[in-house]
Design a protein around this ligand. Structure first.
Ligand SMILES: Cc1cc2nc3c(=O)[nH]c(=O)nc-3n(C[C@H](O)[C@H](O)[C@H](O)COP(=O)(O)OP(=O)(O)OC[C@H]3O[C@@H](n4cnc5c(N)ncnc54)[C@H](O)[C@@H]3O)c2cc1C
Length: 262
């Protein structure tokens, strides 16, 4: 079985602030991490590898520094890495990004299972995984918390509003993973990181994957970002004290004042 995990290097968004004047993200001095949903997806792929002997390839699109997340993935147990890096990819929105990743996946060749995170914690769109499935014309299962795979099938626990579904699908299939509330990512030992240094990371340009450059970058991106801004702070709530009867009367008084009840 061949598993490809799409992993993205993201700024640690717990530390990212928006510049109030320019409306752009202040990235300076913000550490980069492996997107936590991708970290979880990778761990699930490695569990399937331990059970079935699958080959796990990790794929990332980004600047050269994104090689760090590929190295981390190899140290955790992935078999090989691919970095898509080229100025032609710059300015790509989720549609162009998913086109580039899908085109690279075609070049990787054999794949049975493609795993993505539910979303990237910087972009938050959750569109890239479904976009890749669309470009490859394969089925997709999104918002999955658990996954098991053997022979030609995957079984997932897919979260839906107010509950979950257990879904079985034939491979090839793309699955996007979300993690349980108590999830804590695993990190490799120093020895594992050292041993992984011999594993191969390929760097591919747009030409290497024979991508149509008109489908990449700003030209290939139908999305236009108008501006980025933090949502306005909510007005503070009013607090009341008193007996239950006084509070109930106050509550009815406010509902009448707001014309919610007559
Ligand atoms: C007009 C426009 C211009 C942009 N220009 C740039 C730019 O110049 N440089 C830039 O860095 N970003 C740019 N972006 C942001 C870029 O489009 C997104 O970072 C990217 O498409 C992924 O979207 P997302 O972060 O919402 O990921 P999501 O769709 O939320 O991610 C879901 C999953 O998809 C996979 N995934 C997502 N992105 C990658 C990746 N790069 N490599 C591997 N797997 C991935 C991961 O598994 C991830 O968990 C631009 C966006 C727009 C709209």
């Amino acid at each position: 079985m061949n598993i490809i995990v799409c992993i993205k290097q993201v700024p640690d968004s717990s530390q990212v602030k928006v510049d109030p004047k320019t409306g752009t993200l202040i990235r300076a001095g913000v550490p980069s991490i492996l997107n936590p949903y991708d970290h979880y997806a990778l761990e699930k792929a490695l569990e399937i590898k331990a059970k079935t002997g699958a080959k796990v390839t990790v794929l990332s699109m980004g600047p050269n520094q994104a090689v760090a997340v590929l190295r981390l993935a190899l140290a955790l147990g992935a078999d090989e890495g691919v970095l898509l890096s080229d100025r032609a990819f710059a300015g790509s929105d989720t549609w162009a990004t998913s086109y580039a990743l899908a085109t690279a996946i075609r070049k990787i060749g054999a794949y049975d299972l493609i795993l993505c995170g539910q979303m990237a914690i910087d972009g938050d769109t959750a569109q890239t995984g479904p976009g890749i499935a669309r470009h490859l014309d394969i089925p997709q299962l999104t918002f999955c918390e658990r996954i098991d795979a053997n022979n030609n099938q995957v079984i997932v626990k897919k979260l839906i509003e107010g509950g979950h579904q257990i879904v079985q699908a034939q491979m090839p299939v793309l699955v996007t993973m979300t993690f349980p509330a108590d999830y804590a990512p695993k990190y490799p030992s120093f020895l594992a990181a050292h041993k992984a240094q011999d594993k191969q990371i390929f760097t591919w340009t747009a030409a290497d994957i024979q991508a149509d450059v008109h489908k990449l970058g700003l030209e290939g991106s139908p999305t236009r970002v108008d501006r980025i801004f933090p949502p306005p702070a909510r007005p503070k709530g009013e607090m009341f004290s008193g007996s239950a009867m006084e509070l109930a009367n106050k509550f009815v008084e406010i509902l009448k004042k707001e014309s919610i009840v007559k």
